[in-house]
Design a binder for this molecule. Structure first.
Ligand code: FE2
Length: 387
């Protein structure tokens, strides 16, 4: 599709493109030189920068500028030339979706008590193993809802790995790459390895790169209770942004440390409960009161933090906001640990899960690559339990 290149004006500060009568965007000269897309400025295959940013004169300006179709050509005051595409100029100004954006991120379905996904997104194991399209729809559903269930999964460690590797290699943590989870295991002192109720939380607040996805395959269940609980943390954040913006703001600002200790291990990391991206959009929820490490702020700020933190918790522990999923052999649950909180009801009996994590960057990478081929396909074609 062809776009008509906008008119422009050369200013002291940079080049102004008149996208419409309402919208003019100025691109600083130095920025334009630094973002050349010609073969001397950028490697076309890897998109790695070739221009030596630090050798560009700080006061560089263009002497001449012209459109060649959808390419803007620039002649520079230091004698060099470069070009940049209309598409890049549009994307960077927010006038076209960035190619780096997470596919379907603008179609996220935020859910709380009054709009829980019912039935929840669910996919058949055999489809996911057989079809790339099915994997695309599966991951796309995880972007939209924050989680999905997989049915008919063989109750084995090998099948768990086979399923996980349809996304990417799993992420290694102190728990290993693939890990068994059961109260009968005493390998780790963590509360997850018990039968008690676990309040909704995110995992890995003590890792700089907290797990992106988390997956549990239920290998065995013979008991009562133990339902998995999923809560949409992004929906809580959005609710707070609208209803209690001052409290929302505090949770975007104050870094909260998390730690994990066991013999030979001392992990520690910190970030705000609501981490925003450079556009001010929510990127990650980090909330684990069990693993919170001590920190102290000035009295007034500390009090403000506790108030905001308690407000978040009030929504997180509100059972009306919970999706309770009783996992049984054959079922695997996968969720975005940067968006959804998870918990577990207390139980009696035997419950044995096998699980793993994926790095968020690896999950996103798989999505972007799948989107190149499959984006636009109707969601639902292979979903077995979705309305
Ligand atoms: Fe957990």
């Amino acid at each position: 599709m062809h776009s008509v290149p906008p008119e422009f004006q050369l200013n002291n500060d940079g080049l102004t493109l008149l996208w419409s009568s309402q919208q003019a965007v100025t691109y600083p000269w130095f920025w334009l030189r630094d973002h050349g897309e010609d073969q001397d400025s950028l490697d076309a295959a890897t998109l790695q920068r070739k221009v030596d940013t630090f050798a560009v004169p700080h006061d560089i300006k263009a002497n001449a500028v012209q459109w060649h179709g959808e390419i803007l050509q620039l002649q520079w005051s230091d004698g060099s030339t470069s070009h940049i595409s209309l598409q890049r100029l549009k994307q960077i100004a927010g006038l076209a979706p960035e190619s780096e954006a997470l596919p379907d991120a603008d179609r996220r379905y935020y859910w709380l008590a009054d709009n829980l996904p019912d039935p929840y997104p669910s996919f058949a194991y055999t489809e996911l193993i057989a079809s790339e399209m099915a994997v695309w729809q599966w991951l796309s559903a995880i972007v939209r809802y924050g989680f999905a269930v997989v049915t008919d999964v063989p109750s084995s460690e090998a099948a768990t790995q086979t399923l996980a590797e349809r996304i990417a290699p799993a992420q290694q943590t102190i728990f290993g790459i693939y890990w068994p989870l059961s109260a009968e295991l005493k390998d780790h002192g963590d509360t997850a390895y018990s039968t008690q109720f676990l309040a909704p939380h995110t995992d890995g607040t003590y890792y700089h790169d907290a797990a992106g996805l988390q997956m549990f395959n239920c290998l065995e269940f013979d008991g009562k209770g133990g339902e998995s609980v999923v809560v949409d943390g992004f929906a809580i954040a959005e609710h707070m942004r609208l209803k209690t913006p001052d409290l929302y703001q505090i949770l975007t600002e104050i870094s909260v440390p998390g730690h994990y200790l066991e013999p030979g291990v001392h992990l520690y990391a910190e970030r705000p409960v609501f981490r925003l991206d450079r556009h001010g959009q929510l990127a990650q929820i980090s909330f684990n009161n069990y693993d919170r490490a001590p920190f102290l702020l000035a009295a007034e700020r500390m009090q403000a933090f506790y108030k905001a933190y308690a407000e978040f918790n009030r929504h997180a522990i509100n059972q009306a906001n919970w999706l309770k999923i009783p996992l049984r052999p054959g079922m695997a649950l996968i969720f975005d640990n940067w968006r959804c909180l998870h918990g577990r009801m207390g139980y009696v009996g035997k419950r044995f899960f096998y699980g793993c994590y994926h790095g968020h960057a690896d999950f996103e990478s798989r999505l972007r690559v799948l989107a190149q081929t499959h984006a636009g396909a109707a969601l639902g074609a292979v979903m077995s339990g979705y309305r």
